[in-house]
Design a protein around this ligand. Structure first.
Ligand code: NDP
Ligand code: MG
Length: 381
């Protein structure tokens, strides 16, 4: 069991649920970090009394510093502030729940200090998965996935990040709010329609990713990196009920799956208690009421983002980093109503076609292609 937490992205959907888990498990929280939602961050600081609060936006950090003048909590800002929150000596576990590849450098900083990473921030693994996993091995830092599918795979592997007897991964997907629709029918969907997910309540960016199915594409790459498998070993299955959170097939044909109600509180808590388990508050899974579990192949024609991600996974090198950063930029524009829904995939495809893909990139090269891809999308629209 862990002793003290740092939560990066504490004001978001996963961050808030991580604080709830910390409270239930009675684990102290020593560092919090957010982008600019200082109203909520101030309330969190007053409740959890962390030693450090990091606010990426420096103007917002200044305001929070004034608001918290009566408390001992130190307020820091910028990327250095995030890294300080990820590196705090007394925390042995860092929940990476920021949205986007901004989580990469803080994650690497936590790994360098040998901390457990409760990893929600999938964009980090998509951008630099090989590097992150290699550094984790070098520093004996435990990576425990929070993403529900990857937690399911991890649990199905007996709480491990792989097995020499693993044949394939069955990665399940709800299909999102636009399942069954054509490209033409979704082209002009609005942000409000895209974020209305049938089974999960999540932050805006990942909700849009679920609607385009880029989320499953990012998870495809996340699974390759976490569990050291080749793209041919991963099969995506549409499973609208979100009960089977994913499964693994071993070389003898045995399939082991993890099932549960769709509630992120469970994988979050497991990442904190692993290799142990603790009781939770959730209703039990009632299989009698779920007799109609359904599985089908994904529609790559009408959900091109998934196809683009699977292709980037096969190309490797800098391709996943370009894909993820271009997608982040395009989703940001879509959420601000500056880009139609259908153009998200077009932006990602164009960025992948235009930016040179190289093999075996180092950290600086990955950060550079990330910036190039964002710039490309901002200029193309
Ligand atoms: P939200 O949008 O709800 O929250 C994002 C959090 O990140 C907020 O606390 C936000 O701060 C913070 N943040 C964003 N940018 C920065 C920055 N530059 N510096 C510091 N903090 C920043 O996202 P989710 O909680 O939904 O998702 C977080 C991550 O977890 C994503 O990578 C997502 O893919 C992954 N994930 C989420 C799941 C879910 O159910 N929500 C499921 C599986 C994975 P502020 O509030 O100030 O903007
Ligand atoms: Mg997921």
């Amino acid at each position: 069991m862990i002793h003290a937490l740092s939560i990066l992205g504490s004001t978001g959907s996963i961050g808030r649920q991580s604080l709830a888990a910390a409270e239930r498990l009675n684990v102290p929280v020593r560092a919090l970090a957010a982008h600019r939602n200082i109203d909520l961050l101030e309330r969190q600081v007053r409740r959890f009394s962390p030693r450090l609060a990091a606010v990426y936006d420096s103007a917002a950090a200044g305001l929070l510093r004034v608001a918290l003048a009566d408390t001992p909590t130190k307020v820091v800002s910028g990327m250095e502030g995030l890294i300080e929150a990820a590196s705090l000596e007394e925390c042995d576990c860092v929940v990476t729940a920021v949205s986007g590849s901004v989580g990469l450098r803080p994650t690497l900083a936590a790994i360098a200090r040998g901390k457990r990473i409760a990893l929600a921030n999938k964009e980090t693994l998509v951008c630099a998965g090989e590097l992150v996993m290699q550094r984790a091995r070098e520093h004996s830092a435990e990576i425990v996935p929070v993403d529900s599918e990857h937690s399911a795979i991890f649990q199905s592997l007996g709480g491990r990040l792989g097995s020499p007897r693993l044949r394939s991964i069955l990665l399940t997907a709800s299909g999102g709010p636009f399942r069954g629709l054509t490209k033409e029918q979704t082209y002009h969907k609005t942000p409000a329609e895209a974020v209305a997910h049938p089974n999960w309540s999540m932050g805006a960016k990942i909700s849009v990713d679920s609607a385009t199915m880029m989320n499953k594409g990012l998870e495809f790459i996340e699974a390759m990196r976490l569990f050291s498998v080749r793209p041919e070993q991963i099969r995506v299955l549409i499973h609208p009920q979100s009960v089977v959170h994913s499964a693994v097939e071993f070389v003898d044909g045995s399939v082991i799956a993890q099932l549960g109600i769709p509630d992120m509180g469970l994988p979050i808590q497991y990442a904190m208690t692993w290799p142990d388990r603790m009781e939770t508050w959730t209703a039990p899974l009632d299989l009698f009421r779920l007799s109609d579990l359904h599985f089908e192949a994904p529609d790559l024609e009408n959900f091109p983002c998934l196809a683009l991600a699977m292709d980037a996974a096969k190309r490797g090198g800098t391709a996943p980093a370009i894909l993820s950063a271009a997608n982040e930029a395009a989703v940001g524009l879509f959420l601000r109503e500056k880009l139609p829904f259908g153009k998200i995939a077009e932006c990602v495809a164009a960025a992948l076609d235009s930016i040179k893909i190289t093999e075996k990139p180092g950290l600086n090269e990955l950060l550079s292609v990330d910036a190039q891809a964002r710039k490309y999308v901002m200029e193309m629209r």
